[in-house]
Design a protein around this ligand. Structure first.
Ligand SMILES: [Fe+2]
Length: 364
């Protein structure tokens, strides 16, 4: 099985919606995007009976907000749900599409849950319109939510949007810090998808091409090159498709543990751990193969290029740039939580407890 949403992409990709007639349309977005006029790119293309906008989405999405979005959707009863925003908005819309029909706690939604038996009929079509280029949320079956002090992930094939629209105009004015941080997350997705134990011929295609494109376009996109920014937008979804079909690895496991423990943004945590974890994999045959296919003479040379990229953007390379807390008291629980993370088991090489501890020590 290889799951991919229908993808419309290009300069004015949102205009492809004009070819359809919709009934009731519910748009999820956030207040900031609304204020910046992003709805103007979308709404004029919709032939709809009724359009409702829910914009009360801010900060990190949590379980309470996911249930609120579901309730709003249940009351409005849409035929189409459109998520216009970054990964958080898309994740909440993905949950609401199921939550509007089935009364279920996010943590109960796992791949094998029989939603149809619970009455799910997939009444609403889900369209993702990403406004950042990194999360890959528009192509994946996972929904990440905060619950108390921890992160939970709800996972189901029914979360995968039916369609994703990559309209390049929406990322032209993206703040540079977001270009950098979401871009490094996309790069980590592409690399981890290539390295994971679950990689396959199809995911390799997307992972390898996305890695190549991101390596040669992220800095240019950061500097304002709009052609490079358009390529980054497409590449982020390609990397999302790759992880959706082959999973992640220890970079994400350590970044999840660190980000949750210190409330640090996902992408910034990734910037800190990407080169360090790859370095810990060396020697690894799969990493060597990827490095060679990308034109590097060795894995070490490839990791050096990533370190240089992180400096150029500029993104943090040390955890101490992000948190002022002391590491020792949190070291043991950090290692525990990284090694318990689902992604950890898919790493190309099983890192020992001592190795994971060493990466955290080095990061601080
Ligand atoms: Fe990520």
């Amino acid at each position: 099985m290889f799951a991919v949403p229908r993808i419309e992409y290009g300069e004015k990709a949102l205009e492809s919606l004009k070819n359809d007639n919709f009934g009731r349309v519910l748009v999820f977005t956030d207040k900031n995007l609304r204020k910046l006029g992003y709805l103007e790119y979308l709404i004029p293309n919709l032939n709809a009976e009724k359009i409702e906008v829910f914009d009360e989405i801010e900060g990190e999405p949590d379980v309470r907000l996911a249930l609120k979005c579901s309730e709003f959707a249940r009351n409005f009863d849409p035929e189409v749900i459109i998520a216009l925003g970054g990964g958080s908005v898309i994740d909440l819309a993905k949950f609401a599409r199921i939550g509007m029909e089935v009364n279920v706690e996010p943590k109960e939604v796992k791949v094998k849950l029989n939603l149809r038996a619970l009455g799910f009929k997939k009444k609403a079509k889900l369209i993702a319109v990403p406004t950042t280029s990194g999360s890959g949320a528009d192509a994946t079956l996972a929904v990440m939510l905060k619950e108390g002090n921890s992160k939970i992930s709800a996972i189901h094939f029914e979360f995968i949007p039916d369609m994703t629209i990559l309209d390049y105009r929406l990322v032209e004015k993206m703040p540079k810090r977001l270009v950098a941080s979401t871009g490094i997350d996309a790069l980590a997705h592409a690399i981890e998808a290539y390295l994971t134990k679950l990689h396959n011929e199809l995911s390799d295609l997307f992972a390898l091409r996305a890695t190549e494109l991101i390596l040669s376009n992220l800095e240019k996109s950061y500097d304002g090159d709009l052609k490079a920014r358009a390529i980054m937008h497409l590449s982020a979804t390609m990397a999302g498709i790759a992880i959706n079909n082959s999973q992640l690895g220890a970079v994400h496991a350590l970044a999840h543990a660190f980000g949750t423990a210190f409330s640090v943004d996902h992408s910034l945590s990734i910037a800190v751990f990407l080169p360090k974890v790859l370095e810990a994999y060396i020697p690894d045959q799969r990493l060597e193969e990827l490095s060679n296919r990308l034109g590097f003479r060795s894995s070490a040379e490839f990791v050096k290029r990533i370190e240089e990229l992180i400096k150029n953007l500029p993104l943090p390379s040390k955890a101490s740039e992000l948190v002022k807390e002391d590491l020792p008291s949190k070291l043991e629980p950090l290692v525990d939580s990284a090694m318990k993370d689902l992604s950890f088991r898919f790493a190309p090489k099983a890192l020992s407890r001592e190795e994971v501890m060493e990466i955290f020590r080095e990061a601080f």
